[in-house]
Ligand binder design. Sequence first.
Ligand code: ATP
Ligand code: MG
Length: 404
Amino acid sequence: MRIDWRRNNSLTSFFYKCESCDLHSELSIEDFLDQKLQKILKVKGEKLNNALISGNIKFHESRGFPALQFRKDVGTIESGTVVYLGKKIEVVRGFPKIRRTLILSPALENHFNDKVAVEEKMNGYNVRIASIDNQIFAFTRGGYVCPFTTKKALELMDLTSFFKENPNLVLCGEMVGTENPYVSHHYPEIGKLGFKIFDIREKISNKPLTINEKFDLIEKYNLPPVTLFGVFKADQVAMEVKKIIKNIGKEGREGVVIKDLEMEEMPLKYTASQAHDREIKYAFKYPFDFGRAFFFSRVIREGFQAFEMNESEEELKKRAQRLGESILMPMVKTISCVSNDNPAAEDLVIEVNSKEEADEFVRFIHDLGVNATLLKFEDGKATIRRIHQSTTDKISNYLKGGLY
Ligand code: ATP
Ligand code: MG
């Protein structure tokens, strides 16, 4: 095997030679895409090449992991897909987008035909874990190997026998907990950091195992599953979810994902009002770092949920007041903070073994475009300050009299 690239890693003069497969001659990138990758991914070489030229597929190497990374969907291949270019070509497909329903009935009975599983939707960040060249890696949604996540996943679970016996499967799950660098959320049963598996999929095809196959394997290998609230008939599930979601909301949890038992229909997600509220609060703390669609979408969710839950005048009023407060209060607090010459920043805490590990993680998120610095490392805990730059800059400009 030999991989070689020139001209600032732009793949125009990339050569690939694979000794373990049928191709023994060096290939230009065009030929590699045409003769090899087209067959594996079932996407035309020309389409792949265009995506490379436009930057929708990027060559990326980190820690001896040379790979093509899909930044956008290309044909049927999801963004976040990683094609590992090592001894063997390995494909870990991106995690598919889950569509949302704004109302439960009649959306659920229309969408699903047969029995469905209602699983808890955990609020953390999406992780895919796969074994590549006998080494286990954890990928973030975008398709990066995250050093922190990889290390923690291996500490939290014993994955050796699962991947030894199932090297062609990918574990998809959510990293959750308070000491979580991407999405911090308190779950009483998790505490600082934990992992919950929600899907098991095949490499290359991305075909998911059925709900039963998934929970069987999870049990067999003693892995941590997401909560399964129950299996219901499609025409009864809306009523059940209505009850479940009210409890989930009260407990400060996020929502549910409803899945066809055979995993043939597309799953749907539905979330609690309290979860929308938390996100609105958070986003209005850093209003210029979130797109307008982020706010709009959450307000729309509230509108449809309030309608469907058929609330009393009083309940509706409470919802409306809470929404208004969640928009205004955090924003005014941030404006006040910036007016005192402080940046709009948040501090996150992660557990690491050394300052070097903390530095490595900060470098990793820095390369992803996050403005972060290590504030301190003490007793195995790193405090990382993340600055929301647009919010800081814009607010400070308006406070000086800049026009909107
Ligand atoms: P999308 O996945 O639709 O692109 P998003 O990235 O904003 O949207 P969410 O709105 O949080 O994510 O919803 C989907 C995500 O929920 C999944 O990508 C997955 O990480 C997470 N998730 C948590 N629990 C489950 C579960 N039980 N089944 C499927 N996904 C789950
Ligand atoms: Mg999420």
